[in-house]
Write a protein that binds this ligand. Structure first.
Ligand SMILES: [Ca+2]
Ligand SMILES: [Ca+2]
Length: 583
């Protein structure tokens, strides 16, 4: 009887105990010493709060415990944007399941390469972070004294890390801004990083290679999959060099990004089987702007809207560029020494359902330096709308082999291929500028329902609207359903604490018959809330977290649990003894 009562009490109180919110400690720190102590002490679910103010020359090393799935350890600013990291301050995330939230790097820069980069997802060589996250953070003009000093602003190591809702502006020196580092090409070397809802802005022309906004891999490890996703980022005046996003590995996804007035493009430089879709590339008629440049095998390029590319004829400034291969390229060790740094042949790409409108240069096929004479092969160009006034719409700089054209509608200038191949119809697509500044087909457009062939992965359009049974040619499906996305504005990306400048009004609208799609979606992008104000406390000691109940109460419940466990053990022991006596 007593045992039953004890067990019943245990079940009831134990149930209450486990229903309580998970207790988490909060450490409030005001200098680097306190921060280091808190890092050592923090356990899964805990939060370290950096007090508002200026932190000069701080080296933040997150090298204590790892968090756990759903119980990450968070390092955050007391108030988003109010923790100012200056001088040579930098951050090393060296453990798994950490979240860094709300920091601001400004009024600083690293004097030379011995400092490493600004943010690294590792704490020293080989000590990589996994499943960790940098969010809501800003790095502004954190430049070295000499523009030739090469360091990265964010280096991703490990796997499954995320950089999101952050703001990067004003990088003027050598070195890609954000890099995914790879060390092998096997299945174990897949990265699975996510880079999303960030702002990349005001990167001045650097004048040579090595000033990409994002680079995924290197030629050395370009024969394996990274599986990195770059999505919903906004690039404005990211003019560093010809490659804004440089893909140098297999199986990456580049989608839903907006590139605006940026003198470069999305470049599939190395590796195979990447997908580039649903991007808005708006070149503003600037010189050296690029849409998507393709090298390697098996890429899918679809639902992209590309406009305003180029100012005059340049082979390397066009909406879509298919490069020639270098005959010296060799990725097969059985055929001799590896030569990976040069150009692989472009093969098997599917370039479908894109809309190219008002570009100076549209499609360039077979671009390459002297001696790069392996032309694109087995490329499919299908269901694209090209509307432009500069001839030729397709410029064959080398003669490709085994081209497939299907269902394309092109108009406005000479095609550049005679006779016009089957699969290209020279016909006015009847596009007009819509209220959102994008050229869209009218309801009476001949592109409606006229797509050819089966491309099952194109099940949505550039707006995120479903394709109907008879797909429209181009990136846009005429649809009455609510669009999921539109070209990104600054208010949709970057830190939640950062006030976006007022969005520029879209270009003056001309008469449009596609008004049904004019309303741009304003899907809220920011998923992280700004750090709430905290009670002032200079102590690095653990304080209690508002959502976790009082520490005293937690302590009481923990004690109660221990007592109950003791009672249970006692009860079970009695039961065993009874059984023993009866045997
Ligand atoms: Ca349709
Ligand atoms: Ca649509």
């Amino acid at each position: 009887m007593l045992r039953t009562v004890v067990l019943y009490a245990f079940v009831v109180i134990g149930f209450l105990f486990f229903c309580l919110p998970v207790h988490a400690e909060q450490y409030i720190v005001s200098d680097s010493n306190e921060l280091d102590k808190a890092v050592k002490a923090a356990l899964p679910g805990d939060t370290i709060v950096m007090k508002n103010g200026t932190w000069k020359d701080a080296l933040i090393r997150l090298n204590g415990n790892s968090g756990e799935p759903g119980k990450e350890i968070t390092l955050r600013a007391e108030t988003g944007g109010k923790v100012l990291l200056t001088g040579t301050s930098r951050l090393r995330i060296g453990k798994d399941y950490w979240v860094v939230d709300g920091l601001r790097f400004q009024d600083g820069g690293l004097p030379n390469t011995s400092y490493g980069g600004i943010v690294e997802f590792r704490d020293g060589s080989g000590k990589h972070a996994n499943h960790s996250r940098l969010t809501n953070t800003q790095i502004i003009g954190y430049n070295p004294p000499s523009k030739d000093t090469d360091y990265k602003w964010v280096s991703l190591f490990g796997t499954h890390n995320r950089v999101d809702h952050s703001h990067f502006e004003g990088k003027n020196h050598a070195g890609a801004l954000l890099v995914v580092w790879r060390y092998g090409d096997t299945d174990k070397d897949r990265d699975y990083h996510q880079i999303d809802y960030n702002y990349f802005g005001k990167i001045p022309v650097f004048g040579k290679n090595g000033a990409e906004a994002i680079r995924i891999g290197t030629s050395e490890y370009s024969r394996g999959a990274s599986n990195t996703i770059v999505e919903s980022n906004l690039f404005e005046e990211a003019n560093g060099e010809a490659e804004i996003i440089s893909v140098k590995s297999w199986e990456n996804i580049i989608r839903y990004n907006t590139l605006r007035n940026s003198q470069g493009g999305i470049v599939l430089r190395h590796g195979d089987n990447s997908e580039v879709y649903g991007n808005y590339i708006l070149g503003g008629n600037l010189c050296n702007t690029v849409g998507i440049r393709i090298i390697g095998y098996g890429h899918k390029v679809y639902n992209n809207y590309i406009s305003g590319i180029g100012c005059s004829y340049k082979p390397l400034s066009a909406a879509i560029i298919l490069m020639n291969g270098d005959p010296k390229y060799n990725e097969d060790p059985s055929r001799g020494e590896l030569v990976l740094h040069t150009y692989k042949q472009a093969r098997y790409a599917e370039i479908v359902h894109n809309t190219l409108v008002n570009n100076k240069n549209n499609v360039h096929i077979g671009v390459g330096s002297e001696g790069y004479n392996v032309p694109p092969d087995s490329i499919t160009i299908a269901n694209n709308v090209i509307y432009g006034t500069t001839a030729p719409l397709i410029n064959l700089l080398s003669k490709p082999t085994n081209m497939t054209y299907k269902g394309n509608v092109m108009f406005g200038a000479g095609l550049g291929i005679t006779p016009v191949p089957e699969g290209i119809v020279m016909q006015d697509p009847a596009v007009a500028m819509s209220g959102d500044g994008l050229f869209r087909p009218s309801a009476a457009s001949p592109v409606k329902d006229q797509a050819q062939g089966s491309f099952p992965y194109v099940d949505k359009d550039m707006d995120g609207q479903s394709r109907d049974g008879a797909k429209d040619v181009g990136a846009d499906e005429l649809s009455a359903s609510k669009p999921e996305r539109a070209p990104l504005t600054r208010g949709q990306v970057g830190p939640s604490w950062l006030e976006a400048p007022p969005a520029a009004a879209p270009a003056a609208s001309s008469a449009s018959t596609a008004a049904v799609q004019a309303s741009a979606s304003a899907a809220s992008a920011n998923s992280t809330a700004p750090a709430a104000g905290l009670a002032a406390s200079g102590s690095p000691q653990a304080t209690t977290e508002a959502s976790g109940g009082s520490g005293g109460y937690t302590m009481y419940m923990a004690s109660a649990g221990v007592v109950l466990a003791g009672v249970l053990v006692w009860g079970i022991g009695r039961g065993r003894r009874r059984k023993g006596r009866g045997a």
